[in-house]
Write a protein that binds this ligand. Structure first.
Ligand code: XLS
Ligand code: NI
Ligand code: NI
Length: 437
């Protein structure tokens, strides 16, 4: 038997009464809710970069994390050991899916040709591991932000050679995602934005970003890659203005450039809050536009104000997320990717285990609570009552497009005035939610 990197047994469901810290209390993969299993609803995925690469350095201090699979070299052997650790972890945590950036799984070489060769070697191993375990790829992506060549951005760089390098990298990343049967491909800009307009041609940069995405879509078509493309909003950090600020900005960008048929959104909790929104707002906005693709499940610390990428444990958050997900018919082919890392102080391998158990249980509870709320129907009923004036009479006429300003003026002149006649009932609604938690 090969080396064991995580000193824990396979994590099993033991039920809410269990006090075993190495067991699920709520995530019971085979349990059916609203006609689907929990595993089918939740589609949990592990984020390779935070889980197996991130040493937890911060702007003030070096890495602290014990990573017994990592010998701190750029060798292929090191990359393979990391993959061994990753699949051991997925199996032990019952994580059916994972996500990676090209550079998380394999080291850069001295040039693109060598880098691609490195990637091919590790990807062949990942394929074997997927076949051995049945674990699948939720999405692949390309890291277009870490290397110094991307200091001005990638698709929005002022340097056309950088655009070309990014294109070559994404071409390859789509190919390996396809080879591994990935069901989505994520664009995350990272540095697609700017810090000062004094040196920036915004219109030109936005046009380049659109051209880049069209090239990706065309290439996918050419090679028969049928995975869903996803665009991930994130405001600030590191650039002052990022073109992918929030769901609304991303939807507008996609529509303005004829990409809405091909690209949906990957919504991340901590990015929502950095944009000044709640996660549920971003999900509802994207879903209402038919653009909800997948979720990067984490949370931020609202007192810190930066992208802390913490594991989600807040039941209000997970309940609200699952209310929206259920309302719009589920996430597939998207999923819930834990784009989250343990704290710098939580430096032992077992901390990653606790972190995932907590995140998975919190979402399992959110799912159960959301399903119970839906089964009772009280929220729906109150919502319908609030909008009742649209179901008949003038409201129904407006919705059907049968009214114009002149008709509405005549209607109001006749009626005289309108007085508020329905309370918003926010306090009652909040009380009702608490009854289910
Ligand atoms: C970082 C981003 C990144 C994307 C994939 O903040 O969320 O992890 O999900 O590049
Ligand atoms: Ni993310
Ligand atoms: Ni983030």
């Amino acid at each position: 038997m090969s080396q064991e990197y995580f000193p824990v047994p396979k994590i099993e469901y033991e039920g809410p009464q269990s006090r075993n810290p190495l067991a699920f209390k709520h995530y019971n993969p085979a349990e059916a809710i609203e006609g689907k299993t929990m595993a089918e609803h939740l589609r949990f995925a592990c984020a390779w970069w935070h889980s197996f690469c991130n040493g937890l350095s911060d702007p003030f201090g070096v890495a602290t994390r014990q990573m017994p699979w990592d010998d701190a070299t750029d060798s292929i052997e090191n990359a393979l050991n990391r993959a061994r650790a990753a699949f051991e972890f997925f199996e032990k945590l019952q994580l059916d899916l994972y996500c990676f950036h090209d550079r998380d799984v394999a080291p850069e070489g001295d040039n693109l040709r060598e880098t691609n060769r490195n990637l091919d070697k590790v990807v062949a191993f990942l394929k074997e591991q997927q076949e051995r375990t049945g674990i699948k790829l939720l999405w692949g992506t390309a890291n277009l932000f870490s290397h110094p060549r991307y200091l001005h951005g990638a698709a929005t760089s002022a340097n056309a050679d950088v655009f070309a390098h990014a294109a070559a990298q994404v071409k390859k990343a789509i190919e390996v995602t396809q080879l591994l049967g990935g069901v989505n491909y994520v664009f995350w800009g990272g540095r697609e934005g700017y810090t000062t307009l004094l040196n920036t041609d915004m219109k030109r940069e936005l046009d380049h970003l659109a051209r880049f995405m069209h090239m990706a879509v065309d290439y996918a078509k050419q090679i028969g890659f049928t995975g869903q493309f996803l665009f991930e909003p994130k405001p600030k950090e590191p650039t002052k203005h990022q073109y992918d600020f929030d769901a609304a900005a991303c939807c507008n960008f996609l529509r303005a450039n004829g990409l809405e048929e091909h690209v949906k959104l990957n919504i991340e909790t901590n990015h929502a809050t950095l944009a000044g929104h709640t996660m549920q707002h971003e999900l509802e906005y994207a879903a209402a536009q038919g653009m909800l693709g997948s979720i990067d499940a984490n949370r931020g610390d609202e007192l810190l104000g930066w992208d802390t990428d913490q594991f989600p444990t807040d039941l209000y958050l997970t309940t609200k997320v699952m209310l929206t997900v259920l309302k719009y018919g589920g996430l597939a082919p998207g999923g819930l990717n834990f784009d989250a890392k343990v704290r710098r102080e939580s430096f032992e391998p077992v901390d990653l285990v606790y972190a995932h158990i907590g995140g998975m249980d919190a979402f399992a509870r959110g799912l159960k609570i959301a399903a119970a709320i839906r089964a009772d129907g009280i929220l729906d009923q109150m919502l319908n009552e609030r909008y009742a004036s649209w179901n008949e009479g003038i409201g129904a006429q407006i919705e059907a497009g049968e009214a114009d300003f002149a008709l509405l003026e005549a209607y109001m002149l006749e009626k005289g005035d309108v007085t508020p006649n329905k309370s918003g009932r926010q306090e009652l609604l909040e009380n009702i939610i608490n009854e289910y938690l």
